[in-house]
Design a binder for this molecule. Structure first.
Ligand code: SAM
Length: 275
């Protein structure tokens, strides 16, 4: 008998994967957590029924969320990741020798533990001495932070439950305050096919707070619609400017960095500042 896992990405569309084994499945204080071994994508972390990351395509998302910012900033020393409990983004951040501290603020300790146990290739960065994991709400954590970080990466779940506030203007103001005077942030901002209002709203917020805001794209097969957006906001450096610092990657490279900011018309219209 075959067992299939289906994520309903919209009320009318889903992705379905053949399951070889359910490695764990339980309720944390924040969400329903499962790690499934799928035939197509290997091990898959699922939170509240939504695919978070898989062994086979995680490199696209984690590299594109981390390296655009880490290459746009000339010397990122202190980096903060909000969310990202699977460890994939932190693993990419610590590839840079300039990094002195990499702090991960994840609200749900169970995600970190499950990643360490079942997704060791994604969670490999947690053992680096520069990495500090703080189990706290990222919204609360940022309230007292002032001018501490060169780069802040927001690797949150979709805007549901504890992640809703991570897409608000108030939160982005706290990110601005937590960044140094030449700092920059990148947030994952969902699908240009299914989350158009969210992308437009986030860009409106960020355009009011930061002098430079740019959106870029990557293709991620297991995310809704397969096309994913990232919104970069910077106090000074152009996020599209790549300093070509050598780094080992599978998806990201210097020409992808630049070209990922070239937007198709149906996406460009979401972020063009309205006069
Ligand atoms: N790449 C995934 C995506 O695009 O949906 C996100 C992966 S990561 C597992 C998302 C993490 O954000 C989850 O572990 C979740 O617990 C965490 N999270 C959600 N709201 C949060 C908050 N307010 N503060 C800190 N972490 C939060």
């Amino acid at each position: 008998m075959e067992l299939w896992y289906t994520e309903k990405q919209t009320p009318y569309l889903g992705i379905t994967c053949l399951i070889q084994e359910t490695l764990c499945h339980f309720k944390t204080p924040y969400q329903d957590l499962a790690v499934l071994d799928t035939r197509q994508f290997g091990r898959m972390l699922v939170l509240d029924g939504m695919v978070m990351t898989t062994e086979k395509d995680e490199f696209v998302y984690h590299e594109m969320l981390a390296h655009v910012a880490m290459q746009a900033h000339p010397c990122p020393q202190h980096v903060l990741v909000i969310g990202g409990g699977d460890g994939g983004v932190i693993r990419e951040v610590i590839k840079y020798d300039t990094v002195e501290t990499a702090t991960l603020v994840e609200i749900d300790a169970a995600v970190v533990e499950a990643a360490k146990k079942y997704l060791p290739t994604i969670a490999s960065g947690f053992s680096d001495p520069r990495v500090k994991v703080v189990i706290e709400d990222g919204i609360k954590y940022l309230q007292q932070a002032r001018g501490q970080y060169d780069v802040i990466l927001i690797d949150s779940t979709e805007p549901v439950g504890p992640a809703v506030g991570l897409f608000s203007a108030e939160f982005y103001h706290s990110v601005y305050r937590a960044l140094k005077k030449d700092g920059l942030m990148v947030a994952q901002t969902e699908s240009p096919f299914f989350n158009r209002d969210l992308i437009a709203g986030v860009n409106r917020h960020l355009q009011r707070i930061f002098p430079l805001t740019k959106l870029y794209l990557a293709s991620i097969p297991t995310y809704p619609s397969g096309l994913w957006s990232f919104t970069a906001a910077s106090k000074c450096y152009d996020p599209q400017a790549c300093r070509e610092k050598p780094v080992e990657t599978k998806y990201y490279n210097f020409s992808v960095h630049h070209s990922s900011f070239s937007l198709p018309n149906f996406v460009r219209e979401l972020v063009e500042q309205k006069p």
